[in-house]
Ligand binder design. Structure first.
Ligand code: GLP
Length: 243
């Protein structure tokens, strides 16, 4: 895992530029996208680049990591709503080629089909990730098997609490979600994890100091050959490099 400590503005610039370069140099490309506050700056830069004709998304497809069970596209806290409003509605991507796990609790078969679909579309070229304060990636909570594929998850108390800032009250936060698994994420050809702020410093410290273990889902990334972790100063402040 490569670590880069930069300002948030620099990270948004570098990551969006890498995505734009990939799109401009490929006849077709598949992006793995994340929600949460962290990737918003990158999405803003992608929209700006589209508006100034630096990039076209006509040959881009995307797969999102996760979705809350029971929040459909009309709910402004659903991840479909988030993606449409923060990115897809502002660029020329074919909306029918933007895939997000269903908000309905369906069958094992459905979950398997999500992984199969990613594979059938050639796999994810660049996967963008945030990280939860407890080290989760997508909605893979501590204890999730490193062999997991897309599945239904029960959210931990700490995740419900972290994410309650987007809802009117904590009682409105769904307790379950459908998430790509850790193995699904590891199949991406390139992975970029972004961490901003003090709330992530402990997760980032553990990521660099602990051996890979299932209590720290993000630690699976240690065995991926092409990962960059971008942190701002606050998120990296417990790392020894800052000592
Ligand atoms: C949610 C999402 C994750 C995201 C995390 C961090 O739990 N499922 O994909 O990484 O939140 O969110 P934020 O970027 O808002 O800190």
């Amino acid at each position: 895992m490569e670590l880069k400590v930069l300002t948030q503005e620099e990270i948004n610039e570098v990551v969006s530029n890498e995505i734009i370069e990939l799109i401009n140099n490929s006849s077709k490309c598949v992006l793995g996208l994340a929600t949460g506050s962290t990737p918003l700056g990158v999405y803003k830069k992608l929209v700006e680049a589209y508006q100034t004709n630096e990039v076209s998304f006509e040959n881009v497809e995307s797969f999102n990591l996760d979705e809350y069970v029971g929040l459909d596209s009309t709910n402004n806290q659903s991840y479909r709503y988030f993606m449409d409003h923060n990115l897809f509605n502002h660029i020329n991507i074919d909306i029918n080629k933007t895939y997000i796990p269903s908000d309905k609790e369906t069958s094992e078969n459905y979950y398997k089909r999500y992984d199969d679909k990613i594979e059938n579309h050639g796999g994810i070229d660049i996967q963008i990730l945030g990280i939860g304060s407890n080290g989760h990636i997508a909605f893979n909570e501590p204890g999730t098997s490193f062999d997991s594929l897309t599945h239904i998850v029960s959210l931990k108390e700490s995740t419900i609490k972290d994410n309650s800032r987007f809802f009117n009250s904590i009682d409105e936060v769904p307790t379950r979600a459908i998430s790509m698994g850790l193995k699904s994420i590891m199949n991406a050809k390139r992975i970029i994890l972004i961490a901003f702020g003090k709330n992530k410093q402990e997760a980032i410290r553990c990521l660099f100091e602990e051996e890979a273990n299932e209590n720290l889902p993000a630690s699976i990334l240690k065995s991926h050959p092409n990962v960059t972790i971008y942190c701002d100063k606050e998120a990296s402040s417990l790392l020894k490099i800052n000592a």
